[in-house]
Design a protein around this ligand. Structure first.
Ligand SMILES: [Zn+2]
Length: 157
């Protein structure tokens, strides 16, 4: 079939199955890199501040989503927060049953706009509560890779 031919029946369309060699590199951006470096190097969780809107963003943002100002002030937001919401996972991303259920929670730090989605540890699923005080548990410094997973989990305080 040439390019100028029109397909009038669906069955006339040709299908080609193959692989396309595509590579990509994902970057976390300027704010994301500084955020992950602080976790890796200092065991600190950082946010950015909009003094006009009186908001501290976590994860940090380069621009305020309300007034669009460039955010240049960075602050530590601490390593303690509260469980804002959570879910219990029974299967992996590969849809395999997990030997032990995992708990994912949205953790909010005091006075911060946003939060972190992280695993909870050192707690049974039936003991998790909304509003529960939790604290970040970091990997030992030599094992940190500059990933959000350098925070192994949050545990009850
Ligand atoms: Zn603002």
């Amino acid at each position: 079939m040439s390019l100028i031919e029109r397909i009038t029946k669906v069955g006339d369309a040709q299908v080609w199955y193959d692989n396309m060699p595509v590579e990509s590199v994902y970057t976390v951006g300027i704010a994301g890199e500084r955020f992950l470096r602080a976790i890796k190097d200092q065991g600190a969780i950082m946010g950015t501040v909009c003094p006009t809107c009186n908001l501290t963003y976590l994860p940090p943002m380069m621009y305020c989503e309300r007034c669009f100002a460039e955010l240049e002030e960075w602050v530590e937001v601490g390593t303690k927060g509260t469980v804002y919401s959570y879910t219990i996972l029974g299967v992996s991303l590969e849809e395999e049953p997990l030997e032990e259920p995992q708990i994912l929670a949205l953790i909010r730090m005091e006075g911060v706009h946003g939060g972190l989605v992280q695993r909870l540890g050192e707690v049974k699923p039936e003991d998790v509560e909304i509003g529960m005080a939790v604290e970040a548990v970091f990997k030992p410094q030599k094992q940190r890779e500059g990933s959000i997973l350098d925070i192994e989990y949050f545990k009850p305080v």
